[in-house]
Design a protein. Sequence first.
Length: 310
Amino acid sequence: MNRILVTGGAGFLGSHLCERLLALGADVICVDNFFTGSKQNIRHLLGNPNFELLRHDVTLPLYIEVDRIFNLACPASPIYYQHDPVQTTKTSVHGAINVLGLAKRVKARILQASTSEVYGDPEVHPQVESYWGRVNPIGIRSCYDEGKRCAETLFFDYWRQSALEIKVVRIFNTYGPRMQPDDGRVVSNFIVQALKGEPITLYGDGTQTRSFCYVDDLIEGILKMMNSPKDFIGPVNLGNPGEFSMLELAEKVIRFTKSKSKLVFLPLPEDDPKQRQPDIALAKEKLAWEPRVSLDDGLKLTIDYFSRTL
Ligand code: NAD
Ligand code: UDP
């Protein structure tokens, strides 16, 4: 491990990944256009001589010399990826073509941050990697879901066509410090609302489920995947199998923050998946990885962070 490119490195997951890579002694190049990421996320890394920051949009080609690439660039929150859906698709698809082209030229191993969204609103529960998914190709989430699906296609085609060393991880809902307070994803929304004493916004009746992974666990899984043997290319699910309804999540957040916030019920967004839970048997077998941080502990750490920074 020496020169490592992290696209989307100033984002929530990217900043934690850059931090871990630097701690492991790597030279890290962080590429970001700051659409949803921020300099604040990586300010503490800027003085490190092994850290370089490049403002760049991955929809444009990039010519640098690196040994490994983690491709994380893409807004992950529905409100942000739906803000400019065409740019979201371009980021996933043109972005993948550009970083794969770079990997091919410099013979770098490359990892794609894919998503549980490739399973869409799933009929198979929990979701296994062999399930092809149920995605609406023309809905408001499609720019993200289909963009990420096409990126997976590109990764596998570069692997078949050009023998590139690829790795694909399908990340399930991950939360933790450095999510933006206005990010719009459920964990940060509920915590910020509870701390401010504002109503907790439940979409639909709150019975839809998600499985939440604490960021440190996820980063560990990503690193294990990147360092796994060449012939294990994925896709592999990374997430915490604990499954909770949004009502259960809201109740936990209210309890842990001792908030007086009340619940309000708002319309369920179009195509919002009803259930989501990763089957992580493959990650356990191939990577000897499983999450360690419970939702209760992870929420308390995240609440601490927002209490200090809001
Ligand atoms: P994030 O929005 O905090 O980070 C994404 C980063 O990519 C931001 O810094 C943003 O500015 C940058 N970016 C966006 N478009 C870009 C472009 N065209 N060029 C360069 N940089 C660009 O989101 P995150 O939660 O850190 O997610 C990181 C990656 O992990 C994303 O690819 C996301 O799809 C994937 N993922 C995350 C989750 C999760 O729960 N956090 C779940 C599944 C998949
Ligand atoms: N959600 C909610 N209130 C919010 C934000 C989200 O009830 O303020 C719900 C949303 O409808 C979805 C779940 O929480 O069912 C997770 O939403 P998020 O945007 O975090 O992630 P994703 O839907 O991409 O899994």
